[in-house]
Design a protein around this ligand. Structure first.
Ligand SMILES: Nc1ncnc2c1ncn2[C@@H]1O[C@H](COP(=O)(O)OP(=O)(O)OP(=O)(O)O)[C@@H](O)[C@H]1O
Ligand SMILES: [Mg+2]
Length: 340
């Protein structure tokens, strides 16, 4: 089955400054120098992205690289200077403001970088809020809100106020609020960045559990490659407004397109990123309980290293496609030494 594209953007530019539109009208593909010389800020430069139904698509890059701007262009909270944004094949840039509001209310969920709960509303009322705006009947809104509050692990705290919650709990309320309208497309802009590392990992695990149940199409921004590796199906790396590379975490580590990409991936242990399928010997035979090819090497390294023989590797359907031995694992764990 070929994956369905849910959301795509083509040649999207967002330039800030009085000459932005004139510049693009005169030159549809200006270089960084052209942009600077025109006194314009290139927040997003010629972005082309296709996001597939049901995937977690991560956008990474240093501060100021254009991540939030790009994601806001995708929901038209920011109007792109030029380009196309297609959602279920409909051109969002041609939708009227009224249609856009409907699409955002019913089909898009958003958790913002600096989101705020309404301080004078309880957890339940905060979560119900988007439904209240949609004029959903109260009993229906409340029932839906109770369901998502439970889903994010806050059952029992429906009547608390935001000030009575920890940072992580507040973030869960924000997540519940963004899910209550059952969006197809879920945008999250650094949702866990303000949390301390332990809570952050917990939230990541919970996020993955949620996604297993909900199968949303997700666009998720983060600064943190480790977070990206844990969550992503694919990652787009941005620099100075440009999308430099789009790839799986494994491909980014194995074949970084530029030094900038390599720099992002450098501090991550390779065993946490590389999969068994990526380093196995194709077609080789093994012994014992097989390992699925998508398993990360770190999860099975000890078993492979202490096994007497190579272990068979299967594809997603249980078919044996090769084997992995301790040499391959040692190579992932310890690299090739200083000689390289
Ligand atoms: N309204 C605006 N007017 C002018 N420049 C802007 C505006 N909004 C954003 N920019 C510029 O666009 C660039 C991209 O900003 P953006 O907020 O998208 O970055 P980001 O990658 O999300 O950064 P961070 O990780 O800090 O959130 C920055 O240089 C920023 O200063
Ligand atoms: Mg941002």
């Amino acid at each position: 089955m070929t994956p369905t594209t849910k959301l795509s953007c083509r040649n999207v530019w967002k330039l800030y400054g009085p000459n932005a539109e004139t510049l693009l009208a005169q030159n549809p593909n200006p270089s960084a120098d052209d942009i600077r010389n025109a006194g314009v800020i290139g927040a997003v430069r010629n972005a082309n992205i296709e996001i597939v139904e049901g995937e977690i698509f991560i956008i990474m890059g240093l501060s100021g690289s254009g991540k939030s701007t790009l994601v806001r262009c995708l929901s038209r909270l920011i109007e792109p200077t030029s380009g196309e944004v297609l959602f279920d094949d409909a051109d969002l840039l041609r939708a009227s403001e009224k249609e856009m509001i409907e699409i955002r209310r019913h089909k898009m969920g958003m958790v913002f970088q600096h989101f705020a709960l309404l301080p004078h509303l309880s957890v339940l009322q905060n979560v119900m809020f988007p439904l209240t705006i949609q004029a959903t009947p109260k009993h229906e809104a409340e029932a839906k809100a109770r369901d998502v509050v439970e889903l994010v692990g806050l059952k029992g705290r429906e009547d608390y106020y935001p000030r009575e919650l920890s940072g992580g709990q507040q973030q869960r309320v924000g997540i519940a609020r963004s899910l209550v309208t059952e969006p197809d497309l879920w945008f999250l802009d650094e949702p866990f960045s303000a949390l301390d590392p332990l809570i952050r990992r917990e939230m990541q695990d919970e996020f993955l559990r949620l996604q297993e149940r909900l199968h949303k199409t997700i666009v998720f921004i983060t600064h943190d490659f480790e977070e990206a590796v844990r969550l992503a199906d694919r990652i787009a790396i941005m620099k100075d407004g440009e999308v430099i590379q789009i790839a799986t975490p494994e491909e980014l580590v194995m074949n970084p397109a530029t030094d900038y990409v390599a720099e992002f991936t450098r501090h991550i242990p390779r065993s946490k990123v590389l999969t068994v399928g990526g380093v196995m010997t194709v077609g080789a035979a093994g012994e014992g309980e097989p390992i699925v090819q998508s398993t990360r090497v770190s999860a099975v390294a000890e078993r492979i290293i202490t096994a007497d023989a190579p272990i068979p590797v299967t594809d997603g359907k249980g078919l044996v496609i090769g084997a992995i031995d301790r040499k391959a694992v040692a190579h992932v764990l310890f690299g090739e030494g200083d000689a390289v």
